[in-house]
Design a protein around this ligand. Structure first.
Ligand SMILES: Cc1cn([C@H]2C[C@H](O)[C@@H](COP(=O)(O)OP(=O)(O)O[C@H]3O[C@H](C)C(=O)[C@H](O)[C@H]3O)O2)c(=O)[nH]c1=O
Length: 287
């Protein structure tokens, strides 16, 4: 019987990740995502070259990136691993640069690298600046729910636990030097996402006045350069590594809303002490 392959992995998930922040302050994105990745690669390479041969065979540098490096889709089509890079925001440009650095270290220095590009994550512990937690938190606070533009931009939502399972598949069974796209197969227009959250809240935490949360929705000025649509073809990871998302979007959203209701101290602490709350337009703590 073959022994199970147990890789030693550096999984590089660290990044400045919020597109709106990259528009108002791009420098931190270049510093963290580009220079930070370069720094990690150099440290990883030094470590790797010092390993005995048997340990080198087990080593992987796994770079976790985004589908935003591929740019924006029209109404049809999907991003594959062969889609040309076309980043459009300071955030996605910095992630594209970091992907190129990782592949260069693989090609030039033979560091065993893996790259994955995922679609929009959501679920527990999602930072309050992102659309889904922001809508939940603002809804509970009785605040306006800001939808950029006309709400018709599309994202492909990936439940965080599905993403974690995919990452494990890749670093345990992926081929060094390869890229794998990871998507939730759950394309939704932003306005559908916001209305879906409101509907779950109406059921599990109804407003005191009995009115629907959807009444708080407001269409606001669009994000500059707002990418129209992202959608992933996850055929390669499905075929080669046997991964598929297990969570439907509707079940995942319900779990997520429930988690934010049950874990108010987690996000209230962030709002109260560690975060620029003005950006969220929220008062500090909500009961
Ligand atoms: C914060 C906010 C967002 N939006 C819109 C903008 C987007 O079309 C969509 C999702 O926005 P969010 O900022 O949550 O996520 P993306 O800009 O799609 O990017 C996210 O998914 C990718 C894959 C990453 O790689 C990013 O790191 C991650 O932040 O909702 C609104 O309409 N209102 C709001 O208040």
């Amino acid at each position: 019987m073959l022994a199970e392959f147990r890789p030693d992995v550096i999984a590089h998930l660290a990044a400045e990740s919020h597109v709106d922040r990259s528009i108002s302050g791009p420098g931190a994105f270049v510093h963290t995502n580009v220079v930070g990745t370069f720094t990690l690669l150099q440290q990883a390479l030094g470590y790797y070259t010092g390993l005995p041969e048997e340990a080198r065979a087990r080593f992987r540098f796994h770079h976790i990136s985004t589908d935003e490096v591929y740019g924006s889709l029209g109404e049809t089509g999907l991003f594959t691993e062969a889609t040309a890079y076309d980043p459009r925001s300071p955030y996605s440009a910095s992630k594209a640069a970091s992907d190129h650095l990782v592949r260069a270290w693989g090609h030039t220095y033979h560091l065993p690298v893996l790259v994955t590009n995922c679609s929009n994550n959501y679920g527990p512990y999602h930072f309050p600046e992102k659309l889904i937690p922001l809508i939940i938190i603002r809804a509970l606070a009785g605040e306006a729910l800001p939808v950029y533009g006309d709400g018709s931009n599309v994202r492909d939502w990936l439940f965080v636990e599905d993403h974690a399972r995919a990452l494990r598949c890749v670093f345990e069974r992926g081929t060094p030097g390869e890229t794998y796209n990871i998507g939730g197969n759950a394309e939704r227009r932003n306005i559908e996402v916001v209305r879906g959250i409101c509907a779950v809240l109406d059921e599990v935490a109804p407003r005191a006045d009995g009115q629907p949360y959807a009444g708080q929705i407001r269409f606001v000025t669009d994000r500059p350069g707002h990418d129209r649509r992202y959608a992933i073809d996850a055929g390669k990871i499905r075929r080669e590594l046997g991964w598929a998302p297990q969570e439907t979007f509707e079940a995942g959203i319900r779990k997520t809303v429930t988690w934010y209701l049950a874990n108010r101290p987690w996000w209230q602490d962030i709002l109260a002490s560690r975060y620029d709350t003005a950006r969220l337009g929220l008062a500090v703590a909500h009961g």
